[in-house]
Design a protein. Sequence first.
Length: 245
Amino acid sequence: MFTLAGVDKRYGSTVALDGVDLHIAAGHRTALIGPSGAGKSTVLRMLIGLEWPDRGQVRFDGEPLRRDALLEQRRRIGYVIQEGGLFPHLSAGDNAALLARTLGWPRERIRERLEALSTLCQLPVDALQRFPAELSGGQRQRVGLVRALMLDPPVLLLDEPLGALDPVIRHDLQAQMRELFARLGKTVVMVTHDVAEAAYLADTLVLLRAGRVVQEGSARALHDAPAEPFVREFLQAQRSLEACL
Ligand SMILES: Nc1ncnc2c1ncn2[C@@H]1O[C@H](COP(=O)(O)OP(=O)(O)OP(=O)(O)O)[C@@H](O)[C@H]1O
């Protein structure tokens, strides 16, 4: 679905990506993990054409991403950022319906789609009437998902979608997302700081460090056959409660 071939990206003297080769298969769920500043969000932003490589190429569905075809390509990609990235001055429903309205969908079709997606994402229908500031963090996240799914894109990109949530809500939403991903069968690429979340939601983990892919594979493969000591260090960096008792 996506290929990055020899991709470099710099911001001034900062190297964000350094010769990244990555193949993201259709229908798979991929999690980008790695330390802060490793380049995870830059990869995600490149997949949707919010950033462009200095060198190398990004291909989507076999075609190079092209600035002049970006709008058409973006319609096939749902993008969710932390807290949903909603416009504060629009109701949740208007936020979710924005793209469909721009495309001229009839009112009734929008209403039906919003209703179906609210049920799918377990969002109370009355939440759609409220402004983002009147919703909880978990509800904003769900609205972000509803918005991303509105046009039924084959691809979902999620940048720390559960980052700002309390542990109980996060735990619930992880389970709901896993179920949702399995049911919809979409290609999912997500960024998360939480290794267990990555292993729970994704079938392939891509560990980045300093703009390079260190290892790519299942959680089991990274755990059992780390490509270098850093992989083990990173996987073990999160403290478990048991170890503190
Ligand atoms: N717009 C920008 N201008 C300047 N530097 C940037 C910009 N975007 C990213 N960077 C730098 O590029 C590097 C990679 O950033 P990126 O956001 O991709 O990392 P990340 O792995 O997603 O980090 P985090 O986990 O902290 O979100 C970092 O050093 C960052 O400071």
